[in-house]
Design a protein around this ligand. Structure first.
Ligand SMILES: [Zn+2]
Length: 247
């Protein structure tokens, strides 16, 4: 393939733009914010789960407390009725009175036990409420960190995208000035060779694969006409000759 030396040199400009586009794409996917956000969101999910569990515990113990207080009430009312009957004592046998007194005593004991249950439930409810408050605060604080990281990521992505758009525009202009067949070869090689299709021959070294040309290869390159498109024998990339090539 033949191409004017100036067109071959222009491939190096194009390569520089393509390399920059590759760097920008890599930078975009490897922003530290991506990992930071993923880790914070995992943290957030965990804290939200703990919060839901604490809220469930809180509402369960609230129901339990209501039930325990109703139990106490029932016993208290029954004891009051019994006490009233004892106070009047009308038409009761001695046996009945004795039974009733025994029941009042047993109800008092039962009421005390049920009141202990109420206290125990209230303690559990209070600690659940404390946990809800604490976890609500933690969820809010992690959410704020997530928001901050997302804002930083979005700003970094926007900056990268703006630069990529401007480099892409520049690439369109440069690539339009490169002959179609040379551009096609360059694009094909770039795709096959890890993003580099054209390399400068610098001080006898291919800047694509970093290998120094041996004497036979150098002689071939020296013998090639300036408008002949030469390729590196090692990496097959287009070798662009400049005044620094060491020929
Ligand atoms: Zn090479």
């Amino acid at each position: 393939m033949n191409a004017a030396p100036a067109d071959q040199i222009r491939l190096l400009d194009l390569q520089a733009l393509d390399t920059r586009l590759g760097q920008l794409a890599h930078k975009r996917t490897t922003l530290p914010e991506h990992a930071e956000i993923a880790s914070l969101e995992a943290d957030l999910t965990q804290h939200r789960d703990l919060l839901v569990a604490a809220q469930t515990e809180e509402s369960d113990t609230a129901r339990e407390q209501t039930k325990a207080e109703q139990d106490v009430d029932q016993v208290r009312q029954r004891a009051a009725r019994d006490q009233q009957r004892l106070d009047t004592g009308v038409g009761m046998s001695a046996k009945d009175l004795e039974n009733l007194q025994r029941e009042v005593a047993s109800l008092a004991k039962r009421q005390g036990d049920l009141e202990d249950v109420v206290l125990e439930v209230m303690e559990r409810r209070e600690s659940a409420q404390e946990r809800v408050t604490e976890l609500t605060g933690r969820v809010e604080s992690v959410q704020a960190k997530v928001n901050d990281a997302v804002a930083r990521r979005d700003a970094a992505v926007a900056e990268i995208d703006a630069e990529a758009a401007s480099v892409t525009k520049e690439r369109e202009i440069v690539s339009a000035s490169v002959p179609a067949d040379l551009l096609k070869l360059y694009d094909r090689l770039r795709e096959k060779q890890g993003g580099i299709g054209a390399a400068r021959l610098n001080q006898r070294r291919c800047e694509g694969c970093r290998l120094e040309l041996d004497i036979t290869e150098l002689n071939e390159v020296r013998a090639a006409a300036p408008d002949q498109v030469v390729r590196c024998e090692n990496c097959s990339r287009i070798l662009v000759r400049t005044s620094e090539s060491g020929l």
